[in-house]
Design a protein around this ligand. Sequence first.
Ligand code: F6P
Length: 522
Amino acid sequence: MTRCDQTTAWKKLGEHFNAQGKSFDARIAFALDAERVSTLSQTAPHIFADLSKNRIDAATEALLMQLARECGLEAQRDAMLTGEAINSTEGRAVLHTLLRQKLHIAGVGSAQSAINSGVNADKLQDVHSVLSAMLTYAETIRADDEITDVVNIGIGGSDLGPAMATIALDEFVTPKKRFHFVSNIDGHELAATLKTLKAKNTLFLIASKTFTTIETMTNAQSAKAWFTAQGGTDTARHFAALTTNVKAANEFGITTTFGFWDWVGGRYSLWSAIGLPLAIAIGADNFRQFLNGAAEMDAHFATAPLEKNLPVRLGLLDVWYRNFHGFTSRCVAPYHSALRRFPAYLQQLEMESNGKRVDKGGQALPFHTSPVVWGEPGTNGQHAFFQMLHQGTEVIPLEFIAVKRAAHSMLDHHTKLLANAIAQSQAFLQGKVSEDGHRHFPGNRPSSFFVLDELTPASLGALIALYEHRVFVSGAIWGINSFDQFGVELGKVLAKDVEARLHSGNVLSVDASTAALITKLK
Ligand code: F6P
């Protein structure tokens, strides 16, 4: 594997940027090339992507593809899919794709299935036995009218995925139950949730890969104390744990457990037992559809030629923007309110994965990695931060996600919504010339436009898998380990020390600012 900056393509991309990329104007490119939309569009399972309003053309993409090949992207991808220990700092395989693999291989996607399940047949059997058990359990809970409230207690990957997907698939969620997601150690969150609950009607799902995370353990202890104080006794019925650390869950007093494995990263765990709240919400059949949609995207990623491979094209576009144009952030604007937590989900997926400053060998990188990823649903964002995107001093590429068919019957709303999405992408491209600087829109502001026909379990699964693979692609080009997260450790350790100091008031040998804050907040 060659790191991107040591390739010939990297040098050529730098020259190409100086010669053409820097001054590239997509409006001129459209005028010169009648085929631009078809060349720069890509259909992938459940998703159509129009990339034509970006600052790329065939020459740029050709160099990016050369970069991918020189970095051994295909070999790196196959190493992930076949279960090599590509998470080198932790010596682990990265096999979230196995979680959505069918047990019996047939039809579309079989090439990737064969790569994956051939080598990992035992793991795949384990995946399916937990999946069957958890889906049977999900159906039992769905049929249990006495359980009216399901509370997921977890944080990061043990919260963002299931919370985002349960909101996104609201149309498929049983109306017979309410779903709550408690993540923060801030007691206001748990207290506000508990206020609305009765112990005999509540199921707590304690979701934690490690079963050691301080937020989750603190919330779980308080939930258990509340349950007991309410007269609850049957923990086997009212608590279940979703974890790789079944022993710790048992020691905590939970006997109903659904396991997963260290080769599933936290931010990639929605497809495992961590998906149980979603499975209860949408039911076993829909959950399987959700897995199938992701598996279709996996097959596309594994088998489509690089030039026609959507996650590859997007990951390379990210590298082009981050390292050559120097764009520092990317805005994701879903034009569907059910996708309102999608940007938050992507923040962990992308920034925890690729927010790294050293390569796989531990060498400091001489180039930038993850951009800041952020966003809000349209049209709300239009009336908040779009001003900066249209007329601010920084160029921030945008990603529109539109869904063709609405799940409601107010078609007038939906037409207006879609019109706004299209019009905004048009405005970012075209701009508007005015003598008056205040009223001048420079235009040529890049955006991608994704279209889903409908927001269903399958299309959501494909959409999430698309982003997972795209993040993999940029991480592979940068030569970093996208699957560890040591950056979150230091703050955790220091918090323990500060917690003790908040009890004791001892501020000896801490910096002056920290000492002052401890004294103020004690
Ligand atoms: O923030 C670090 C992290 O380890 C994430 O990667 C993970 O998703 C989250 O904490 C929660 O971890 P766990 O599922 O082990 O409680």
